[in-house]
Design a protein around this ligand. Structure first.
Ligand SMILES: [Zn+2]
Length: 248
């Protein structure tokens, strides 16, 4: 099974997070050295399809402040550029869309996003409000994809070509609307499929238990990743339940 080396991180921070979706900077530095000793970094602003198998790309969903504060300096030091996916309604705000699972953390503000963009990072959309796209009516689906793209284009003065699907959930309709509104790359979660397209590039999730990345390179490990990330695909359901209980 061939799998492009596109890794999906969330938060990088030395502070304890209650979710497993974070990596302390010390681990992160180790991951990066490990990868640099074996592969070359992809230039996220010059992606070509199909993606190469001897290069790696680090992506960061949700554009959390910790990524700008902790991961960005380490990557600059090592000469690696990443890709960050922004939830445009939450720029500079706390992650209240996801706060039910711990202490709220902050999303990057506009100046942090601009700084990453200027230093050569790919800035992409993670939609307007991080809703599960497959459950939305057509108009709202289009709005989530189209408005977030426009917001970032106005901020950066450059075309925004990539989107990462919230909770890595997508279907055929999501892919076709994303392409229709002008995205050329779509990033998703781990996959065991042999084939992938530029609108659904699989990614290898990196979480707290991943002390090293060595096991992530074993192709069979994709099965473990798929199993481990299943609960996170149910997050929209937990949210609905939580909100229903809170309203009672
Ligand atoms: Zn996300």
């Amino acid at each position: 099974m061939r799998y492009p080396l596109v890794f999906a991180y969330h938060d990088v921070s030395p502070y304890l997070r209650l979710s497993g979706n974070w990596v302390p900077p010390k681990f992160f530095r180790r991951h990066l050295s490990f990868l640099l000793n074996r592969f070359r970094p992809m230039d996220p602003k010059a992606l070509r399809f199909p993606l190469p198998y001897d290069a790696f790309l680090l992506t960061f969903d949700d554009a959390l402040e910790g990524v700008h504060r902790w991961a960005f300096p380490i990557m600059e030091e090592m000469g690696v550029k990443g890709a960050v996916f922004v939830i445009t309604d939450f720029v500079g705000k706390r992650n209240l869309w996801d706060a039910h699972f711990g202490i709220p953390v902050r999303h990057m503000d506009r100046s942090a996003i601009i700084e990453l963009h200027r230093s050569g990072w790919l800035v992409g959309s993670h939609t307007v409000s991080h809703r599960s796209l497959t459950t939305l009516p057509d108009r709202q689906l289009r709005y989530e994809l189209e408005y977030s793209k426009k917001y970032l284009e106005d901020l950066l003065g450059e075309e925004v070509v990539a989107v990462a699907y919230p909770f890595n959930i997508y279907n055929r309709k999501v892919l076709s609307v994303a392409a229709e509104v002008g995205y050329r790359w779509g990033f998703a979660g781990p996959s065991c499929r042999r084939s992938f397209g530029r609108m659904h590039v699989p990614r290898i999730p990196v979480m707290l238990p991943d002390l090293t990345l060595r096991h992530k390179l074993l192709s069979l490990y994709a099965l473990v990743d798929v199993a481990l990330t299943l609960p996170s695909r149910l997050t929209p359901l937990y949210h609905r339940l939580f909100n229903a209980l809170r309203r009672r």
